[in-house]
Design a protein around this ligand. Structure first.
Ligand SMILES: *[C@@H]1O[C@H](CO)[C@@H](O)[C@H](O)[C@H]1NC(C)=O
Ligand SMILES: *[C@@H]1O[C@H](CO)[C@@H](O)[C@H](O)[C@H]1NC(C)=O
Ligand SMILES: *[C@@H]1O[C@H](CO)[C@@H](O)[C@H](O)[C@H]1NC(C)=O
Length: 604
């Protein structure tokens, strides 16, 4: 709801006070696409996509001055860089020259008529008729992916048949029925059974957060394509009310808090002494649960994804990512994709799985070590938490890493999907960046464990919780809105401190809100205890993995620049969700659950 409110609010136009309508239309068009299919239908057709930097060929150049003046604001596109998808074979007739030189020649001709020079900044691709129309037989990786899919379907079919045939048989071998679709479906829709009703709230929050992430990511992907009217995007980014969304990337780290909280909670709750054996078993369980789905999605992205569709924007949007998925497949398998070549990402959201794995290993180790200190564990963790923040502040200061706020509000960065921004790969997605979140989760886990016997609910504290419960939404929204003010402070010490503190502050507020929510146990809590939340929450892992691919399949084949006004974003987001959840259900049912059940059975 918050997202849709913000999106609606973004409809309010931000006036470009310094630019009147007439001047704006003198600027050369930023994005332009020739007809891709028509161009490549000719035997000697050649289509190229890339960006050019324009400079004036002679002074004074009124239009060029306008372009630079317009681009001064960070929330605007750099108008001296134009993006073009051109049918080179129609615009230029020298067939002996290299495709790239022909493309450059077209741009030079185009620029000359405007008394400017054009320099090729980035060539996305050049495709000829034969590139598109040749049938390519599947290579080894593509065949391997098909075999994996076939094996999964076969296993499911065989196991379901076995389950059905032996449904009244006492001597049925349980291991052979773990891949049964019927049994897994039954397990999926089973009501949530746990002593901790308060933890049930988590499911609802998780589902809503996942849906919001899908919508925001599809908006970002839409913005990374060619836009019909770039001003629409600039308006959204400049609108102070959308700061809550631009500054909401912190929310993802709440999942890490939650995950390390649950690790501590589960480990401490079990009466058995936990040692190295428990640790290994936990690790194995986690890997078994995460690996198959993740690798299947990365495998798909690295092999068949580019073949799903085509269009002038498709190769640029998908081919590069697909190539990286192929190259980095092994690092995804080892959960170190955020450490190996962190500047290259295959499916942006997959960093989370790696960080989650690294943090849960750390959480388990820390919990084991701190078990010796019993009650002293909490103060130790608080000290570690502060230490982690200081470490991040130091690292951010040395390497000039910034918080997302400073680059998510720059239109050009969003358009290039944060390519060449070290802060993203080296800080936002790094294990050290998530260290405070992990320790915060552990601290809460220990706190809950050691204060369980005490009365949390005496009247004074109750009132305090109630007060915080009422205040938490305004505080969280207010904090992210403050970004509007902070983004203009560029002092390096402030930037580093903000990078380190911003997320931790948000996390602490969220944790307090969750505690208040769990203790107050009022009406809004009951809304979250709906059974459906639990079912949908179980699909979170595949949803987070595949929504990026799906959103790009939906919008990436567009033959023309896309309209990206606020009202265009919502349908794309909703369509993405509508396709993502059923597919996620299939992945959970056919891959994740069977794997988990098989290994639960073996490790028992
Ligand atoms: C661009 O901005 C400068 C200073 O801000 C101003 O002097 C100049 O007239 C502007 N040029 C145009 C074409 O608006
Ligand atoms: C626009 O892009 C060009 C080429 O990358 C760069 O040289 C220039 O500084 C940029 N202008 C602004 C205002 O960022
Ligand atoms: C075509 O391109 C080639 C290679 O760049 C060049 O040598 C040749 O002179 C060009 N022909 C014409 C007619 O421009």
């Amino acid at each position: 709801m918050l997202v849709s409110l913000c999106l609606l609010a973004a409809l309010i136009e931000v006036k470009a006070a310094d630019f009147n309508g007439e001047d704006y239309w003198l600027l050369p068009r930023l994005f332009d696409l020739d007809n891709y299919d028509e161009c490549l239908s000719h035997p000697d057709g050649l289509y190229c996509l890339g960006s050019f930097h324009l400079t004036p060929a002679e002074q004074p150049n009124h239009v060029y001055d306008l372009m630079t003046n317009y681009s001064k604001e960070l929330y605007r596109f750099n108008r001296t860089v134009i993006r073009r998808g051109w049918c080179v074979s129609v615009r230029e007739s020298n067939v002996t020259a290299e495709p790239m030189n022909r493309f450059e020649h077209c741009a030079a001709e185009w620029a000359r008529s405007r008394r400017m020079r054009a320099r090729l900044l980035r060539l996305e691709y050049c495709k000829s008729h034969s590139d598109v129309h040749a049938t390519r037989s599947p290579d080894k990786s593509e065949l391997a992916f098909l075999i994996a899919i076939a094996a999964i379907i076969l296993l499911n079919a065989a196991s379901t048949a076995y389950d059905y045939a032996t449904r009244n048989n006492e001597k049925k071998i349980a291991l052979l029925a773990t891949w049964s679709v019927v049994a897994n479906w039954r397990q999926l829709v089973e009501p949530y059974k746990s002593q901790q009703k308060s933890l049930q709230v988590v499911h609802g929050i998780k589902v809503i957060a996942c849906a919001c992430i899908c919508i925001v990511h599809s908006a970002i992907l839409l913005y990374s394509l060619f836009l019909y009217e770039p001003r629409e995007m600039e308006q959204v980014i400049a609108n102070p009310l959308t700061m809550t969304i631009q500054n909401s990337t912190t929310v993802v780290h709440m999942f890490i808090v939650l995950s390390s909280f649950l690790t501590a909670h589960n480990l401490l709750r079990s009466d058995k002494q936990f040692g190295f054996g428990t640790f290994l078993r936990l690790l194995a369980k986690r890997i078994i649960r995460l690996s198959p789905v993740c690798l299947l999605v990365i495998g798909f992205a690295g092999t068949w994804w580019p073949r799903v569709s085509d269009g002038p924007l498709w190769p640029a949007a998908v081919a590069e990512q697909s190539k990286i998925c192929r190259e980095k497949f092994w690092s995804h398998a080892l959960f170190i994709n955020n450490l190996v070549e962190p500047d290259k990402f295959c499916l942006l959201p997959t960093w989370y799985i790696a960080v989650d794995m690294q943090m849960s290993i750390l959480a388990a180790i820390l919990t084991m070590i701190l078990a010796k200190f019993s009650k002293k564990a909490v103060p130790i963790l608080v000290i570690l938490f502060i230490g982690a923040i200081v470490l991040n502040a130091g690292l951010a200061y040395i390497h000039e890493w910034k918080s997302m706020l400073y680059f998510a509000t720059v239109t050009e960065n969003v358009h290039t999907l944060f390519r060449d921004i070290p802060s993203l790969g080296h800080f936002y997605m790094s294990p050290w960046g998530s260290l405070p979140a992990c320790i915060a989760g552990l601290t809460v886990g220990h706190l809950v464990h050691f204060t369980e016997g005490e009365t949390l609910g005496n009247t004074h504290k109750r009132r305090l919780h109630k007060l915080f419960y009422i205040l938490c939404i305004p505080i969280l929204v207010g904090w992210s809105m403050l970004g509007n003010y902070f983004q203009h402070i560029r002092h390096p010490i402030f930037v580093a401190a903000y990078a380190a503190l911003e997320r931790s502050f948000f996390q602490i507020m969220c944790i307090l809100a969750c505690i208040a929510l769990a203790i107050i146990n009022n009406l809004s809590l009951h809304a979250f205890t709906w059974r459906g939340w639990h079912l949908l929450a179980q699909l979170s892992l595949p949803v987070m993995q595949i929504h990026w691919c799906i959103a790009l399949v939906i919008i990436g084949q567009s033959p023309q620049p896309v309209a990206a006004s606020v009202l265009n974003i919502l349908p794309v987001g909703v369509t993405t969700i509508c396709f993502t959840y059923p597919l996620a259900l299939l992945l959970t049912l056919l891959v994740e659950l069977p794997m988990k059940r098989t290994f639960d059975f073996i490790l028992r």
